[in-house]
Design a protein around this ligand. Sequence first.
Ligand code: TTP
Ligand code: MG
Length: 438
Amino acid sequence: MASLNDPRFGFCRDCLAAQRSERRRCQVCGSPRLVRHGELYQLSIAHVDCDAFYASVEKRDNPELRDKPVIIGGGKRGVVSTACYVARIHGVKSAMPMFKALEACPHAVVIAPDMEKYVRVGREIRQMMRDLTPLVEPLSIDEAFLDLSGTQRLHHDPPSRVMAQFSNRVEREIGLSVSVGISYCKFLAKIASDFDKPRGFSIIGEAEALSFLADKPVTLIWGVGKAFAATLERDGIRTIGQLQTMELGPLMAAYGSMGQRLYRLSRGLDTRRVEPDSESKSVSAETTFNEDIASLDELVPILRSLSEKVSRRLKASDIAGRTVVLKLKSRDFKLRTRNRQLSDPTQLADRIFRTGRSLLEKEVDGTRFRLLGIGVSDLSDDGRADPLDLVDVHATKRAVAEGAIDKLRGKFGNDAVETGYTFGKIKAKVRPAPDELE
Ligand code: TTP
Ligand code: MG
């Protein structure tokens, strides 16, 4: 039996089957897309970047373009925004003047950018990332960091397998391919995602960081642009390996604060956290019904199971939210959102549910709803969530019970324990009593 550190330990990116031999194709589905790495199940920082993003969206929406060289760009500045990988073979690159690009690839199809569409698609992909963790830090329209540490219990899978499933999901549901890089820090995760584009999946572990970086050019380091690289070159420094042999003092004396960055990143030392942007600063779950629902009795169990989903995500990342947000969409697509601020941040399904239910009760007026959502915003991770409530003894009891349920679910899976409300929804047409959990 291979240990977790065995380099033969891996899985198939297509069917996810575990691979325990050194064969080049998956033992189950025959795919050659295998990933193996000694630290495969320990690394949890991911960077995702879409492949030839604008061009891929246009190809997706017009299958006739599939095998043709496609360039997105033009407009007033007359430069290339991006080119598909077919056009890149001819030497077309982002930021190249269009006339040059067409010299290199005269038969290319040139399409003007449709920014609105790309923003929309970028958002859809980002939402899929947020389904995995609230710790999503977008860097641009088509790329983001994800911190998946601590989510194994939520997903019942380590981050690398979660990310392989994510890239398959984006292909299946959005129709685009992405490249994924996985490492223990942002610096190397980003480098990894660029490593075998398109449809890439690369891992850089701690053990290999130094040797991986040694022969790479200094321009790979964040903040080292052309001008600074020229300065370094004048000082005889071209590779990251050279920086690895230099001490902090002389580097800082020569290059100021940049010297510290050179020192640390050249050694693969990067403690920057994945910082979610304001859009990510809420965790929510929602569902659209097969048939519109008007009755509180039917909405409440759904609200309960959505609250549990939100709570699971919060607990997995050890964050809490102070404002509970209820979302309803009526049959005529009118959106209602209702907020309530709590006295302190929560990650408990019970508190989210109860607050959501009291907001919901006020909205149930015979309107038929097509969608129900619940979430929390005002996120924090400072450990001040859910202080024991000395006034409401019942709330404390429920919090303790929820902790016990979490433990069981951690051991036996999410479906192992069902509360009265979700039981009512999933297993039978049992209507929950008003305060069954008390
Ligand atoms: P990138 O991720 O840099 O490029 P890409 O997605 O097209 O290709 P790759 O597979 O190498 O990741 O940028 C994302 C989008 O941003 C790109 O599709 C178009 C736009 N863009 C510009 O408009 N101008 C530019 O100079 C660059 C680099 C990108
Ligand atoms: Mg890209």
